[in-house]
Design a protein around this ligand. Sequence first.
Ligand SMILES: C[S@@+](CC[C@H](N)C(=O)[O-])C[C@H]1O[C@@H](n2cnc3c(N)ncnc32)[C@H](O)[C@@H]1O
Length: 235
Amino acid sequence: MVRNCRRIRRNYGRSLTPDSFDLTHGIETTSRVHLTDLNIESPNWIHAGGYWPSPTDLVKEALSELKIRYEDFVFVDFGSGKGRVLLIASELPFRKVIGVEFSAELHAIAQQNIRAYKSATQKCKDIELVCMDFTQFAIPNDPLVAFLYNPADEQIMNALVNNMMRSVEGCPRELWVIYVTPSYKVFDTRPKLRKLKASERYALYTNAAGLISTDDLRVSLETTAAAARRTDEVS
Ligand SMILES: C[S@@+](CC[C@H](N)C(=O)[O-])C[C@H]1O[C@@H](n2cnc3c(N)ncnc32)[C@H](O)[C@@H]1O
């Protein structure tokens, strides 16, 4: 099934002026695109949302929370759109940055943005764009940071998460997940993953050993404080 709704041409947000990230770096990732404005070959288009960019500050904050050596990790944005998140990630020394996007038009815009990107501080120049449905994408066997900005509904998200979990079970390695606007509990049900952070803006998960969640930390601090109070009462 091919979506060909060009005649509908809703052009959602096309008139938006570029935000400061785009203006600074000479690119265009600000304007939203409705899926009915795109030709997408994958039958999974029906499960997808449109293109809208992640807030730059949110992505930077989430990336700074990863307790990793960036050089060891490959960063993958599942549903990379116009490439904004890839370019923000490329400011860190990731081993490689990959974007997977099933719209050929958005993929072409991302290619153009990556060529045009102006930055004296970019650390990772190895940016690969893959134009395909991310449920079919062969996840690389490197330590992985997976980024998702609410690209699809629960059914497709579950298919993707199944692939991710199969990949890290087949080839054990660290996985970190940044899930922006976490609408579905698709990661919470995975016993191998710990949730390190949860807010309405984004959730952070990892399978890294030895890390405790903020909830566990709070419970542990409360338990310690209660024990200290009991000791004070006795003495
Ligand atoms: C909300 S946008 C996020 C774009 C970018 N990741 C960001 O945060 O700025 C979600 C993107 O996922 C893409 N997408 C949705 N389902 C997909 C699928 N099954 N395979 C590949 N891309 C998909 C959409 O075309 C859209 O560009």
